[in-house]
Write a protein that binds this ligand. Structure first.
Ligand SMILES: Cc1ncc(COP(=O)(O)O)c(C=O)c1O
Length: 430
């Protein structure tokens, strides 16, 4: 088999540089919370395919469900010849989503596609054009999703113009001094200076910003947003693409604040490694687009739906939410101990919700000047030492953990040990 180095050379000749590769290894196989590269080397996985492998790589229940579906049929296009696995998954998601109103679900393929559809549905339901999203937010790489995204580099550079009638409010950020009041005031300012509230179809928010740096929207803020939306007839859309399916220690992150959004976009972990996304919403809102207004060739692919149903079974039967909470407490304690360690004054902040946790790296704690080169060096050193871990953040200075929720505490500790050693290596190098 070719080496990592040989494959990297072929990759750079064959694949555009716009896809920036985070680690120098090529996957050969993966099991639960570990990945092996083409040279046979083992890695602990703190990235989980970017918050996808919440129940671990190749969960046997998912593999069995996919095999059974492969034996039956793979694709008929749901709008041409529908099938039960889609309907069953929609029924289960409708039951799971927060809020007492009747729900409906459309199943799609990618997170960005779920966001595009959530916006289409919100506009059709309200007959209003404008959308408010947040600075630091990330909603995907299609044009509308990019318009909503509040982080320029690298996602938006060179790709404009973007669709109009999108306005960015300030996201509350306790570490960098944006209060809940300031954030709400920034929405009022949009209403004064940019667009009247009666033209706003929806406010879209990640309950915990993912790519933006694991900033947690305070629960009180989520409730204030719900009130504000209700006052103005605006729909609230939760982008739970990264936070969903146990990642924050609840099935959906909005459950922490007891807020029921009108629409929820999900993707990533629901497929257990297969491409699938969905929009779950209040039935009357979901039914606003006319027949034929929604759909796509592969949306709700039968193999992915079968995988999604198996993921939900595993989550229930293996107590994944309880495991996530336990893992989250354990990892948070270790990260906070690192922050308190005098060897690591570079850790400015440790934050997150449940096991969705991150460390923000700074040059000095007092100035909070971001240290993106340190975060980059730490993830690179970690890969050399056998840990897959990725960065994020508006300043690219945050290292985040997105390990499978099925990772044992022993393997998590082994990974955290590698992270600590990689931090020491990186500090010594600077
Ligand atoms: C919060 C959030 N929204 C949307 C997306 C886009 O999802 P996809 O990459 O599947 O299009 C992501 C992907 O990272 C995300 O984290």
């Amino acid at each position: 088999m070719a080496s990592n180095h040989q494959l990297a050379e072929r990759l750079s000749a064959a694949v555009p540089r716009g896809i920036s590769i985070a680690t120098p290894l090529f996957a050969a196989r993966a099991e639960n919370a570990e990945v092996w590269d083409v040279e046979g080397r083992r890695y602990i996985d703190f990235a989980g395919g970017i918050a996808v492998q919440n129940i671990g790589h190749r969960h046997p229940r998912v593999m069995a469900a996919v095999r059974a579906q492969l034996e039956a049929f793979t694709h008929t296009a749901f709008q041409v010849v529908p099938y039960e696995v889609y309907v069953r998954l929609a029924e289960r998601l409708n039951r799971l989503a927060p809020g007492s109103a009747p729900k409906k679900t459309i199943i799609l393929s990618t997170g960005a596609e779920a966001i595009e559809n959530a916006i289409k549905i919100a506009r059709a339901a309200t007959r209003r054009p404008a959308i408010i999203s947040f600075a630091g937010g990330f909603h995907g790489r299609t044009m509308m999703a990019l318009a909503l995204t509040g982080k320029i580099n690298p996602y938006k550079v060179g790709f404009g113009p973007f669709p109009g009638d999108v306005f960015h409010a300030a996201f509350p950020d306790a570490y960098r001094g944006v209060s809940i009041e300031q954030s709400l005031a920034s929405i009022e300012q949009i209403f004064r200076a940019e667009v009247e509230p009666s033209r706003v179809a929806a406010i879209i928010i990640e309950p915990v910003q993912g790519e933006g740096g694991f900033n947690v929207a305070p629960f009180e803020f989520m409730r204030a947003l719900r009130d504000l939306c209700d006052r103005h007839g605006i729909l609230l859309i939760a982008d739970e693409i990264q936070t969903g399916f146990g990642r924050t220690g609840k099935m959906f992150a909005v459950e922490h604040s007891n807020v029921a959004p009108d629409l929820i976009a999900i993707a990533k972990a629901i497929g257990g490694g297969f491409p699938i996304s969905a929009v779950i919403g209040r039935a009357e809102v979901m039914d606003a687009p006319i027949p034929g207004g929604l759909g796509s060739t592969f949306a709700g692919n039968a193999v992915s739906c079968a995988a999604g149903l198996a993921v939900l079974d595993v989550m229930e039967e293996e107590g994944i939410i309880a495991r996530a909470q336990k893992l989250g407490e354990h990892v948070a304690e270790r990260l906070r101990a690192m922050q308190a360690d005098p060897r690591f004054p570079c850790i400015g902040d440790v934050r997150g919700l449940g096991p969705m946790l991150a460390m923000e790296f700074v040059k000095h704690r007092a100035s909070k000047e971001p240290a993106p080169e340190l975060a980059k060096s730490i993830t690179a050193k970690a890969a050399e030492r056998g840990l897959i871990v990725i960065s994020c953040g508006l300043y690219a200075n945050v290292v985040r953990v997105l390990m499978p929720l099925t990772m044992s505490l022993e393997v998590a500790d082994e990974g955290l040990g590698i992270l600590e050693a990689s931090m020491l290596d990186s500090i010594a190098k600077l």
